[in-house]
Design a binder for this molecule. Structure first.
Ligand SMILES: Nc1ncnc2c1ncn2[C@@H]1O[C@H](COP(=O)(O)OP(=O)(O)OP(=O)(O)O)[C@@H](O)[C@H]1O
Ligand SMILES: [Mg+2]
Length: 248
């Protein structure tokens, strides 16, 4: 499958990073990253091990705060939000998928997915109905009661994706979603990400796989904590606006 939707320069930015750095002790994991992701994009973040990809994704996902720089998600400067506001933004805006699935052992697929709505205020019956629908959407309608040890790697990742997209978040962040899979299961997972993108979700995928990265509409290469190449036309207007705000 090839890339489809072209970048729409008028779509509102969903993720804005301006001069974002992150240090852990004496390790500079990110050094001044500028990146704008607009609604409707599907992009790959690639780079060698230790180059800062997960650090960048965790900061985009508001799971981690930068040491310096500005982060805006869906227009909100995350540094100005209280913990409660940040949790609400994350819950309503961002879905996460990780390399090793993060499924609790012994929990059937349906419950794993439904638990993603535990704090949504929806009644249990509705949570389970939505979970079943999400599992059918990823082609797992026949595996609702299977526990993680009864599922293949590719199926586990599809459960994780169903959980991530259950509340229809506009942004899906995936850290090496195919890293633990054989190439066939990896292809299925990738096709699923393409489908989600086509249905309107903005998708950011970290990958080591150069072929996968090259097959996506946009590729951002990270090296030594810096963005060394971005296949999209630089979004200078938006980045400079974010910068102006950062120095205010
Ligand atoms: N919590 C932490 N404490 C100290 N150093 C960290 C921490 N998290 C990451 N690092 C360091 O920051 C650098 C970037 O890490 P990061 O996880 O972002 O790399 P990556 O590009 O995702 O690598 P990989 O492809 O291996 O997953 C690495 O040198 C790593 O050792
Ligand atoms: Mg990583």
């Amino acid at each position: 499958m090839t890339a489809s939707t072209p970048l729409n320069p008028t779509a509102p930015p969903l993720v804005e990073l301006a001069g974002v750095s992150k240090t852990y002790g004496d390790v500079a994991a990110l050094r001044g990253a500028d990146l704008v992701v607009r609604r409707g994009e599907l992009l790959a973040i690639v780079g060698p091990s230790g180059s800062g990809k997960s650090t960048m994704l965790n900061i985009m996902g508001t799971l981690d705060r930068p040491t310096a720089g500005l982060v805006r998600i869906d227009g909100h400067d995350v540094a100005r939000l209280t913990d409660r506001e940040l949790s609400a933004l994350r819950a309503g805006t961002i879905g996460f998928v990780f390399q090793h699935f993060h499924l609790a052992p012994g929990v059937p697929a349906l419950d794993s997915v439904a638990d993603g709505l535990l704090y949504s205020g929806r009644p249990r019956g509705e949570r389970r109905r939505l979970a079943e629908r999400a599992l059918r959407r990823v082609g797992l309608g026949h595996r609702l009661q299977h526990e993680p040890h009864q599922l293949s790697g590719g199926e586990k990742q599809r459960v994780a994706i169903a959980r991530a997209v259950l509340g229809d978040p506009p942004l899906l962040l995936a850290d090496e979603p195919t890293g633990a899979l054989d190439s066939r299961s990896g292809t299925v997972v990738l096709e699923l990400l393409h489908e989600l993108h086509e249905s309107g979700t903005t998708v950011v995928v970290i990958t080591h796989d150069r072929d996968i990265a090259a097959s996506l509409p946009r590729e951002v290469r990270v090296k030594d904590g810096r963005i060394e190449h971005d296949s999209a036309t630089p979004d200078t207007v938006s980045v400079s606006l974010v910068r102006e705000e950062a120095v205010r």
